[in-house]
Design a protein around this ligand. Structure first.
Ligand code: 6GU
Length: 235
């Protein structure tokens, strides 16, 4: 997968590819990321890309031509173009899994109350990352890119994301590591038992319990089997 992020703040986004899993994913060519400065597509003096709003009012509005020219240069029939916007549909794990099929995604970073409406008409989808307002779409673009990158083959182990919260539709079970005992707090015995059937059962129970207590909405429509229902009754 290739993701192009078009932004007026490329330096805000680039550091995310200099650390940890994202760094390795890019170095190993498991994903191609291009952070593109919208100003490279300015047709005005001093690489200007914004102007005052028609009709008056405070603030500056990002202009249509730079976005138009950037898309003209970068997009083809296969490209999926996303615009970050608080009025978009809320991004979630299900959407990340669907988007994984795309070969090429372009993310345009919007600015709240600040992007020419004609840009909206050029995109395949508007996407928000939650019901709050950010100063710009850069963090949203980073969130979406991270969520997509980790699903690419080889970036993380498959069984690692298949147990993710939300991937299975349930919250994840708790994790523990050494030391076994610290300040009177101990690891649940079952995890040291070596009995994998019992461990799997405990983890399933804990997943159901976390979900039931913290995100009961996720259980709506979740396909519970007989064993799950018995476990839920124990909670
Ligand atoms: Cl995508 N952009 C902005 N500016 N604010 C947001 C958002 C996006 N998602 C949630 N809040």
């Amino acid at each position: 997968m290739r993701i192009d992020i078009i932004t007026i703040f490329p330096e805000m986004i680039k550091p995310m590819f200099n650390e940890s899993i994202m760094k390795r994913a890019v170095l190993q060519n498991l994903i191609e990321i291009n952070v593109i400065d919208l100003r490279d597509y300015s047709v005005l003096k001093h690489n200007k890309v914004d102007d005052t709003p028609y009709g008056g009012g405070a603030g500056m509005v990002l202009q249509f031509p730079p976005f138009y020219l950037a898309l003209k240069n970068l997009r083809n029939e296969q490209t999926h173009v996303m615009l970050t916007s608080p009025r978009g549909k809320t991004f979630n794990q299900q959407r990340a899994i669907e988007l994984q099929q795309k070969q090429h995604i372009i993310i345009l970073c919007g600015h709240y109350e600040g992007i020419d409406e004609r840009v909206h008409d050029m995109v395949d989808e508007e996407v928000s990352i939650g019901d709050y307002v950010l100063t710009g779409g850069e963090l949203a673009a980073m969130v979406i890119t991270d969520a997509l990158a980790r699903l690419q083959d080889g970036v993380i182990k498959k069984d690692s994301y298949e147990q993710d919260s939300f991937h299975m539709g349930l919250l994840e079970h708790p994790h523990y590591t050494k030391p076994f005992s610290y300040e009177g707090k101990e690891v649940p015995e079952v995890l040291t038992s070596g009995n994998h059937k019992e461990i799997d059962r405990w983890r399933r129970y804990q997943s159901l319990k976390q979900t039931f207590l913290k995100r009961p909405d996720l259980l709506n429509g979740f396909p519970l089997d007989k064993e799950d229902i018995k476990m839920l009754e124990e909670i």
